[in-house]
Design a binder for this molecule. Structure first.
Ligand SMILES: [Fe+2]
Ligand SMILES: [Fe+2]
Length: 169
């Protein structure tokens, strides 16, 4: 049996959580934070795009899914704005780190809300075949979008397994 839609979504959530921890780890250097930030940004953008297309758009089309999908899309937008704010050349100093911490908190809050609430709503609305089909399409689009966004940065690459990695120097 193939992995379920929610297992696949969860895989990226764990990657995001780990990168958020590394982004604001006390021992990290500015160079390490810059590298981790680019990987996190690519992962967040790629996951949000694929998740919007293959989870929230189908949900948005149903009456019981309208409120959850609206809420989630608005949080994706807030996360995108924080990433924009962090995409400055000078990543040293307290102000940048404070914004990075805000991004981490926002991402963690969003993932928790999806896993505890929005995915449960979706689980009740979508039937088994639809979930299977959406899972396959989500995963394919996630890897494609990771490659597309990673191409913007010399320091980020996508491995043969489809994961966002640091580019070899
Ligand atoms: Fe999301
Ligand atoms: Fe998500």
């Amino acid at each position: 049996m193939s992995a379920s839609l929610f297992d696949l979504l969860h895989e990226s959530h764990e990657i995001q959580r780990q990168l958020c921890r590394r982004l604001t780890a006390a021992r990290a250097s500015t160079a390490q934070r810059e590298q981790v930030f680019l990987q996190l940004k690519v992962e967040l953008e790629a996951h949000a795009a694929a998740e919007e297309r293959f989870l929230y758009v189908p949900l948005l089309m149903t009456d019981p899914g309208l409120s959850s999908s609206r809420h989630a899309l608005s949080e994706h937008h807030q996360i995108e704005e924080l990433c924009e704010e962090l995409s400055v050349s000078d990543k040293q100093g307290e102000a940048w780190l404070d914004t990075a911490k805000r991004l981490g908190e926002k991402v963690r809050h969003h993932l928790k809300e999806e896993e505890r609430k929005f995915f449960k709503v979706a689980g009740r609305i979508l039937d088994v075949d639809k979930k299977d089909m959406l899972g396959r399409r989500y995963q394919k689009d996630l890897v494609r979008m990771r490659k597309k966004y990673a191409a913007d940065y010399q320091r980020v690459d996508v491995s043969s397994a489809g994961e966002v990695v640091a580019a070899p120097r």
